[in-house]
Design a protein around this ligand. Sequence first.
Ligand code: IMP
Ligand code: MG
Length: 388
Amino acid sequence: MHAGPINTFRIGDESKNSAEARRRYAEIFYDVEKLIENQIYLQKHGDPEYGRLKQLIPSIGTFFTKLPLERAFYVQDDKRSISKRRLVSPSFNDVRLILNTAQAMSLSDKRSPVQLVTFDGDVTLYDDGMSLDAGNPVIPQLLSLLKRGIQVGIVTAAGYADKSGDRYAQRLQGLIDAIMTDKDLTDEQRSSLHIMGGEANFLFKLDGFTGKLEWIDPAQWKLPEMETWLEEDINKLLDIAQSVLTAMKNKMALPATVIRKERGVGLVPIAGESMCREELEEVVLNAQKILEQTEVAKNIQFCAFNGGSDVWVDIGDKRLGVLSLQSHLGGIPGERTLHVGDQFASIGANDYKARLAACTVWIASPRETVGIIQELIQYLDESSIFHR
Ligand code: IMP
Ligand code: MG
């Protein structure tokens, strides 16, 4: 409304209109910022239900930090010409990126800066199904985080039970080599990379002296809520998942095979074939629904998700993966943890659960991951936060 007409006849009208639109948009973001602050205040006092935001959006979750949305809007407006656009109104992507910027800003707050940044693998660090190879522009960003004393985690669904860690090392070789050859990193910083694979099943740490991934016994990091899981129940749940995926594959004649792993079952396309999004979602929703109703699902947590070209049912989820890592690293709280991922649509998306454990940013490509980490580092440096 405030962007003005297409044809401006008087000199100065155009810039006046966009200045007005910019002011009005900023005001709206400021208002939402205040609604979130009010929600946080009520959360702290145990009354989140009374929050205005909660009443407007009953499905709203818990906020870990305040979000400086007005400031973030100005940053993204300069990058994306939001208030200068007339025919294309603020979009889902505009809002997503404003939220990401605001989250990065709040995590660089001097009083409680970020201590742990976790990354999803596929689509976040590298393209779907690819590896983190030398030359990937995200590598210098990860090194920058380590140099500032920030712990880096990769919390991926990709599950390889092999304790040698070779499979993860293969997929992350570019990063491991860069860490091992960087002269500016201290030994401690070099050992600040953890990999949590299979959502919350296999934890490895980079040994900063040998460059090898070191398997960490689950007894050292498993959360109490996971300790009650019986091996028998885990297998029972995977058996049911396997039969659901097989039945769905046969019913829809999908060009795929079912793969059973130690802690997951997948429906994966056969070479040269693919399944459409609708088929993948049909499989996920069916698996979710059927598994939810089983007796064994009362004891074991699982995650059914659409990986973009495949479907997986894993034991555990990224909430547990991030929480385990936080506790293993000495109790890093959610408000000082950031999870970067691409899967946040609520149905069949595996990064979504991480929102229960940490602050999150939702990226759409590895390029955006580079952008948001650059921003985070810029804000951290601006508030002169240099960790040990
Ligand atoms: P993420 O994006 O890093 O969480 O990785 C998800 C992708 O990892 C899936 O789409 C699969 O293609 C792949 N993957 C490999 N092994 C597993 C597994 O055991 N569970 C789930 N996904 C797996
Ligand atoms: Mg992903």
